[in-house]
Ligand binder design. Structure first.
Ligand code: FAD
Ligand code: AMP
Length: 479
């Protein structure tokens, strides 16, 4: 008789492993199937996020940022440390160590919570049965009362730039360059393209980012996006908007990229090219043809607001379903689904999911931006505050950026917070909490913030919604 579980989760990324841990915590007999194998041939948990995504990219962003601080900014604050040189091998070793610690942590959590880790490729063969094909090719069958599909996503490849070993790479390849490319092309000025472009630009590459759209970061408030574009340009990123890549040719050890822009056909030669044009849901081999789980027009597993698929008892979460492809969104869905399976009431607030670009300064946002609110016919009032007027930011030698709050003109309810600054990825939690608790801009304005802290810029932005920021020339007389 096949082993029987209350829940089998397919995929151990931040969606799947969190769902499995939560389900086990709730007393459900849980298994999690994972097929990812690392360079040493060992099955590893953590999915894209821990192995080739959030965590390794942040390790390289941090090391390359520290290098720039030492090279360009230590002298400004009175540290004469000489001319630093990046040691790429050591940086990659540090990054790999960070991955190993994180990945090992998940396996330990599985053990501690009693989650059965199944190694191999999982396939939903019916609403209550999962087949697992091990790395040795042997297949085993497991019964499950509930199944959670958390198979994630993979990078999109485009016909003009087929991946070519070591020359034309996706985001995973860009985390492995063993030397700094002299001329680096990046296709796509999205979150991943800007982060990876920044890493190698800081380490010495001449980086050109080719972006098909005419607008820069359209999902971010226009004032914040404008500031970001200005600062990235100053840092040396050559961001070409309206540049659609149409072809490429690999010659010797170079890549010639063809693109079209407002002036017609263009060509540029690079030593390496990173293709960062988005990710697509991954469902290959996950579903038997006759199981009845429907996909939508984008190839995502179709789910309702509670992540139920078209087949009762089968759920899907994370990058493989609609919504932003973000690790924390996947994890929240994982917890929601585990709670629902355990018989609890649970729901997600999709309006309050933060996004962060971990450049320097960071760009972070939650909720509506001013242009989207206007387009939706919502009357808003806004309050902005520059970090150049924040004491802590000046003391940190990081005075760039601004915080902007978007509030409903009638109710004062916070609809969005958009920030560009050092540590904006930490500051944004204030906007998320404000939105979760349905607070008004005035609630934030009446809150006592620690001094000196960069959070005070959010406080001042909230005060500025009614024109009463303290450290800025006021627009209005207070009644
Ligand atoms: P995944 O993490 O993709 O995990 C899916 C897992 O399922 C994989 O381990 C896969 O091997 C496994 N799997 C698939 N099919 C099967 C099968 N049939 N059987 C068994 N196992 C299977 N997001 C953020 O929120 N913040 C960031 O800073 C951030 N940075 C990123 C940087 C980069 C370079 C990239 C590429 C992504 C980044 N992301 C970031 C996105 C983030 O990694 C994803 O949103 C997140 O990993 C999605 O989680 P998931 O669990 O849905 O899927
Ligand atoms: P994201 O989905 O945020 O990772 O961003 C991917 C970016 O790649 C988007 O801004 C797309 O407009 C851009 N993109 C997609 N295809 C091309 C192309 N052929 N040439 C240039 N940019 C592209």
């Amino acid at each position: 008789m096949a082993d029987k579980f209350d829940v089998i989760v397919i995929g151990a990324g931040p969606g799947g492993y969190v769902a499995a841990i939560r389900a086990a915590q709730l007393g459900l007999k849980t298994a999690c199937v994972e097929k990812w194998v690392n360079k040493e041939g060992k099955t590893v948990h953590g999915g894209t996020c821990l192995n080739v995504g959030c965590i390794p990219s942040k390790a390289l962003l941090e090391t390359s940022h520290k290098f720039v601080e030492a090279r360009d900014h230590f002298a400004e604050i009175g540290i004469d440390a000489g001319e630093p040189t990046p040691n790429i091998a050591k940086m990659l070793e540090f990054k790999d160590g960070v991955i190993a610690k994180n990945v090992g942590g998940i396996s330990a959590l599985f053990k501690a919570n009693g989650v059965t880790a199944l190694e191999g490729t999982g396939k939903v063969v019916s609403s209550k049965q999962v087949e697992v094909t091990g790395h040795d090719g042997e297949t085993a069958s497991y019964e499950a009362e509930n199944i959670v599909i958390a198979s994630g996503s993979v990078p999109v490849e485009i016909p003009p730039t087929p991946l070519t070993e070591g020359l034309i790479v996706d985001s995973s390849g860009a985390l492995e360059f063993d030397e700094v490319p002299k001329r680096l092309g990046v296709i796509g000025a999205g979150v991943i393209g800007l982060e990876l472009g920044s890493v190698w630009s800081r380490l010495g590459s001449d980086v050109t980012v080719l972006e098909a759209m005419d607008s820069f970061l359209p999902m971010v408030d226009k004032d914040v996006a404008k500031e970001a574009q200005k600062l990235f340009k100053k840092q040396g990123l050559d961001i070409k908007l309206g540049a659609r890549v149409t072809g490429s040719e690999v010659k010797d050890k170079e890549v010639v990229v063809k693109y079209t822009d407002a002036n017609g056909e263009q060509e540029q030669t690079f030593d390496k090219l990173i293709v960062c044009v988005g990710r697509r849901p991954y469902t290959e081999g996950v579903l038997s043809d006759d199981v009845g789980v429907k996909l939508d027009e984008r190839g995502s597993v179709f789910v309702d607001d509670e992540c139920r698929t078209s087949v009762p008892g089968v759920y899907a979460i994370g990058d493989v379903v609609r919504g932003p492809m973000l690790a924390h969104k996947a994890s929240e869905e994982g917890m929601m689904v585990a709670d629902i399976i355990a018989g609890h009431k649970a729901e997600m607030n999709y309006d309050a999911i933060p996004s962060v670009i971990y450049t320097a300064p960071e760009v972070a946002w939650v909720g509506m931006n001013e242009q989207d609110a206007k387009e939706a016919g919502i009357e808003v009032k806004t309050g902005s505050f520059p970090f150049s007027a924040n004491g802590r930011a000046l003391a940190n030698n990081a005075p760039e950026g601004m915080a902007k709050i978007i509030a409903d003109a009638e109710t004062d309810r916070v609809l969005g917070l958009h920030i560009i600054s050092q540590h904006a990825g930490e500051l944004i939690a204030q906007g998320v909490i404000a939105m979760e608790f349905g607070s008004s801009a005035e609630d934030l304005a009446l809150t006592c913030y620690a001094h000196p802290s960069t959070s005070e810029a959010v406080h001042e932005a909230a005060l500025a919604v009614d024109g009463h920021a303290i450290h800025m020339a006021n627009r209005k007389k207070r009644k």
